[in-house]
Write a new protein. Structure first.
Length: 322
């Protein structure tokens, strides 16, 4: 029996708090996208079997977590890793779900994600895999922070504090410069620990007000302009925390792209997703074509090659087909 799991990218707009002076740490804000997508196929096998060598360790880990002898896993469609769109988490969870279903097991995504090293700081990737939409998670108690990374699996995925459908006419411009990757693995852990240990606590109060008074009401009211302004400001404030680690409020060359897109009438707000280099712009269906042109123009103005996508939000989780 072949099982197909299809999931999609997410945008990570930023965290609510990175200061050890406050009661809760992290608390991430993001949305699920319709595109780009990851599609995984899996069937039972006697051993972990893959066509792509880089996939073997993940399939081996999934088989261990599920206590099954093996699986044949194939990636049909995938988007680049380490560009700020959450591909690593979506790939891991899609493989987990596909192999579990191939063995007639419940995936138990939220419980098992930490065993695969996923959902440690941000819960947006797990939450969007489960049910899509706009997501705010509740982070972790600050007392759980340690200077060394916790052992894989030694955490729980942050709970969903608020989840709303993304309005049907909203669109998201995604610009990914070619040849650039954000930090990941040990480098990302080191950068995050350094950022948390020196984070300015006063920014957290500003962000909390921004989330409660502007971003959440904009989602429920369907106000794309207020939402774009809100998440762009959230990204700028987060960037002040990360400035020493990423070379500025935005990771180069993201700043040039954000500046260009922020001047475009078709775009309500622009920023960096996660560690970048993916850049987003908030727009709507009526301005989608103009936003796409703006994305291409921004790349050209910065002297960069790259990919430009305009997509809607996704309000359902990953799909599973037999």
């Amino acid at each position: 029996m072949d099982v197909q799991v299809s999931t999609s990218a997410r945008l990570h707009f930023g965290f609510v708090n990175l200061s050890l002076s406050n009661e809760r740490l992290y608390g991430s804000v993001g949305v699920a996208l319709e595109e780009p997508r990851t599609v995984v196929h899996a069937s039972r096998a006697d051993t972990p079997t893959v066509d792509e060598p880089g996939l073997h360790s993940l399939v081996e880990a999934v088989c261990s977590v599920l206590d099954v002898p093996g699986a044949r896993v194939r990636i049909e469609t995938e988007y680049p890793q380490h560009v700020g769109l959450g591909s690593g988490t979506q790939r891991a969870l899609a493989v987990l779900a596909a192999v579990a279903r191939a063995y007639d097991d419940e995936p138990r995504i939220r419980t098992r994600a930490p065993m695969l090293g996923r959902g440690g700081r941000s819960g947006v990737g797990v939450a969007t895999f489960e049910s899509g939409g706009f997501v705010l998670d509740d982070g972790h108690p600050t007392g759980q922070f340690t200077t060394e990374p916790p052992v894989t699996g030694d955490w729980t995925v942050p709970r969903v504090a608020a989840r709303h459908d993304i309005p049907a006419d909203w669109r998201f411009l995604i610009v990914v410069p070619a040849g650039s990757r954000g930090p990941h693995g040990q480098d990302e852990d080191r950068s995050m620990r350094a950022t948390v240990e020196r984070a300015d606590p006063t920014l957290s109060d500003r962000i909390a007000g921004l989330v409660v008074r502007r971003i959440l009401p904009a989602v429920t009211a369907g106000d794309v302009s207020a939402f774009g302004d809100g998440v762009a400001e959230l990204g700028r404030l987060n960037g002040r925390w990360y400035a020493e680690e990423q070379g500025g409020v935005y990771r180069p060359p993201v700043g040039d792209l954000v500046t260009h897109l922020s001047r475009e009438p078709a775009i309500e707000g622009a920023g960096q997703s996660s560690w970048g280099p993916a850049v987003y712009g908030i727009t709507d269906a009526a301005n989608a074509a103009a936003a796409r042109r703006a994305g291409k123009t921004a790349l050209a103005a910065a002297g960069l090659d790259g990919d430009v996508v305009v997509t809607g939000g996704r309000n359902v989780g990953a799909s599973v087909e037999w």
